[in-house]
Design a protein around this ligand. Structure first.
Ligand code: ADP
Length: 348
């Protein structure tokens, strides 16, 4: 077992002989109780057993639910999340790996808080690698940022321009018209992220309300020109996608009185189900992967085939008032995990 593990871990060998090997990892992150919850005298109903990956949700004094995951408690900083979950993947991007990091959970559970700093730190590391380990080898970093709302794609770095998709026959997904910006310093990446977030949150109901209805996808692409210099057009080498998913509770809005809300809810529900089905199909080596089940999975198609890494961070609120949503989030994670080989215990 140990030997096989070692072989799989080497990106060079896995490219040659295990072209379809997938690595999935599920991580639960609990946020602290906030002031509002304190004021409402809500209680922290999530108990985490240190060192044993066990988590208990105390629905009532007598009723509890046990789950087993690697859990990050409320003391864990964003830096630690990066060092543990993302940093180990970054060098693989230079060797054709496509990696995806999701934040899943109800609105207000900490998805954006978790997701926002990650691409910044990752691009800092990617740029550093282009200057030392891969110095003068023609690697370049590109940033793009778009959202999926109501089953349609919008460019967050280009005035929310509507985009469409095309397959190029080589299993690569091409989003026609998506603006990709070459970046050479972290400050520019930060500006793009801020620009995209403000475009995403433009709406009448405030940032959180609005943003929780779309999936936001920030991609860092490492490219290289054929001859290793910068004179020829650069081709994609590997990519790292950060996905702040729509609030999972929105998927239940399918009976709302408002037609628009119902449509949004149905789309979100469809895409979260399709995501789960794709991950399960990929991990159980089924021949048919139902990528076409939603726009989200169609867009991610090329990130799931070949040498890929996927981290799903399931964000949960600790408060008694969110119990039902928290249980839904943990059950979703369980269903994604239950069919994986080794599931949540896999390590990068
Ligand atoms: P979501 O994106 O899931 O709707 P947010 O990321 O906006 O949720 O988080 C909701 C609020 O909780 C924000 O004010 C955020 O700063 C805070 N928060 C979330 N996670 C944490 C955490 N781990 N530590 C401290 N504050 C957090």
């Amino acid at each position: 077992g140990l030997k096989i593990c070692f072989v799989f871990r080497s990106p060079y060998i896995s490219l040659l002989s295990f072209n379809n090997y997938q690595i999935f990892r599920i991580q639960v992150r609990k946020r602290p109780l906030n002031k509002k919850e304190f004021a409402k005298k809500e209680e922290d109903i999530i108990a985490i057993e240190p060192h044993s990956n066990a988590l208990t949700v105390h629905e009532t004094k007598l009723q509890r639910h046990n789950f087993f995951y690697a859990v990050l408690n409320e003391d864990v900083s964003n830096d630690e999340v990066y060092f543990e979950k993302v940093e180990p993947i970054v060098p693989l991007i230079f060797n054709r790996t496509k990696a995806t990091c999701f934040a899943y959970g109800q609105t207000g559970s900490g998805k954006t808080y978790t997701m926002q700093p990650l691409p910044l730190k990752a691009s800092q590391d990617i740029l550093r690698l282009t200057l030392d380990t891969y110095r003068n080898q023609g690697f370049q970093l590109f940033v793009s940022f778009f959202e999926i709302y109501g089953g349609k794609l919008f460019d967050l770095l280009n005035d929310r321009k509507k985009l469409c998709m095309r397959e190029d026959g080589k299993q690569q997904v091409c989003i026609v018209g998506l603006q990709e910006y070459r970046v050479s310093n972290v400050e520019t990446v930060r500006e793009f992220i801020e620009k995209g977030n403000s475009t995403r949150s433009t709406g009448t109901t405030g940032a959180n309300e609005e943003s929780s209805r779309s999936h936001a996808i920030l991609q860092l692409c490492v490219k290289r020109s054929a001859d290793g210099t910068e004179t020829k057009p650069a081709r994609l080498v590997g990519k790292l996608s950060f996905i702040d998913l729509a609030g999972s509770e929105r998927g239940a809005d399918t009976t709302d009185n408002d037609k628009q809300t119902r449509m949004e809810g149905a789309e979100i529900n469809k895409s979260l189900l399709a995501l789960k089905e794709c991950i399960r199909a990929l991990d159980s080596d089924q021949g048919h992967i139902p990528f076409r089940g939603s726009k989200l999975t169609e867009v991610l198609r090329d990130s799931f085939v070949g040498d890929s890494r996927t981290v799903m961070i399931s964000c949960i609120s600790p408060s008694s008032g969110s119990c039902e949503h928290t249980l839904n989030t943990l059950r979703y994670a369980d269903r994604v995990k239950s069919l994986s080989k080794g599931g949540g215990s896999k390590r990068h």
